[in-house]
Structures are given as structure tokens and as C-alpha cells.
Design a protein around this ligand. Structure first.
Ligand SMILES: [Zn+2]
Length: 177
């Protein structure tokens, strides 16, 4: 699967989702009435502090100790801490979270935004920006929304997908699998 590229904040930030993590996240889409939300953490070799580019190379899969329902998800805190340490030992930085939604065109819900608020002031996070990825539940196309949580300004910004040919390649990959 090809990667996808998203830009925002007037060109100040670019998030690239590599093919491998995209494929893993896509495999957990909520395609059935009984599918529950799932998610994990995102990691990148660079947090973009100099050039604004965050190249997400790893997304961790859902974990059995997470708690989830159709429109609700609570990641297991211990597994998150463990994964952050494991990936840091491999040279990768924690950059954010991904999770699924049942809707076809996903976007951060009001509950998501409320849940993000404590992250602005979390002293355990030393990033100025966090990447939030939401994966929709469409079978025909891969619906992906990427947002940036900008901690200094306490605001959330939705990024725009760039490179339609990449998105088209992704869609054909999914429908043939
Ligand atoms: Zn959500």
C-alpha cells in the first residue's frame, strides 16, 4: 500500500502515514454492526521540530487489555507506556494516537475532543504537537482523517490530504484485497 500525505497549519506541518501502518490500521476498520472501536499509538523517527514533517512509520495494533465499544475506546495505560519505551529503544518517538470510527467519513467526535483536553497539560508529554488519526468504516474506500493537537495554543487542526493519486492507489488496493 502506498503512503498518504497530509498538510496543515499553513504548510507548517506535514504528516506522512507510511504504507505499512496504514495497512494495519485499515485492517481494523469497523465494517460490521458489531465492530467495536480499536486503536493504538503512532511512532516516527522524527517529531518534526525542525522541518514540521512527521513521518509515521509505526502504528501499534489494538491490544486485548484495551476497553472498547461501538463508539468508545480506552487504551490500556500500561501497554501504552510499555510501547513508548520499546519503540524509543528502536529509535522511534511517540507522536500520537490512532483509532477507528464506524462512520464512513471519520472525524474527531466531541467526546474525542473532550478526551484530548487533558493532553494539553500532561507533563508526561514533551511534544508540542500530537498527531490524531481516525480511520472510517467504509469498505469501498479508506477514509482517513488526520488532525494535529497543537499544545501551545490548545487547539485542534484538521489536516488536508495531498496527492490524490496516492489516495486512489490506496482505494484500489483495498477493494482488491
Ligand atoms: Zn473517536
Amino acid at each position: 500500500m502506498n503512503g498518504l500525505r497530509f498538510e496543515g497549519l499553513g504548510g507548517a506541518v506535514t504528516v506522512v502515514l507510511a504504507g505499512e501502518p496504514l495497512q494495519m490500521m485499515a485492517s481494523h476498520r469497523q465494517l460490521w454492526p458489531w465492530s467495536v472501536e480499536s486503536g493504538g499509538l503512532l511512532f516516527a523517527p522524527s517529531v518534526g521540530s525542525s522541518d514540521g514533517v512527521v513521518p509515521v512509520s509505526v502504528a501499534t495494533p489494538p491490544h486485548p487489555t484495551d476497553r472498547a465499544a461501538r463508539s468508545w475506546l480506552k487504551l490500556d495505560h500500561d501497554r501504552c507506556q510499555r510501547e513508548i519505551h520499546e519503540q524509543f529503544a528502536l529509535g522511534l518517538h511517540f507522536v500520537g494516537y490512532w483509532h477507528t470510527h464506524p462512520e464512513l467519513r471519520p472525524s474527531l467526535s466531541s467526546q474525542d475532543r473532550a478526551a484530548l483536553r487533558p493532553l494539553h497539560d500532561d507533563p508526561g508529554i514533551d511534544l508540542s504537537r500530537l498527531v490524531m488519526v481516525v480511520i472510517g468504516g467504509s469498505r469501498q474506500r479508506l477514509g482517513v482523517q488526520v488532525s494535529i493537537l497543537d499544545r501551545p495554543t490548545r487547539t485542534v487542526h484538521e489536516l488536508t490530504a495531498v496527492g490524490e493519486h496516492l489516495a486512489a492507489g490506496t482505494a484500489s488496493f483495498l477493494s482488491s484485497s
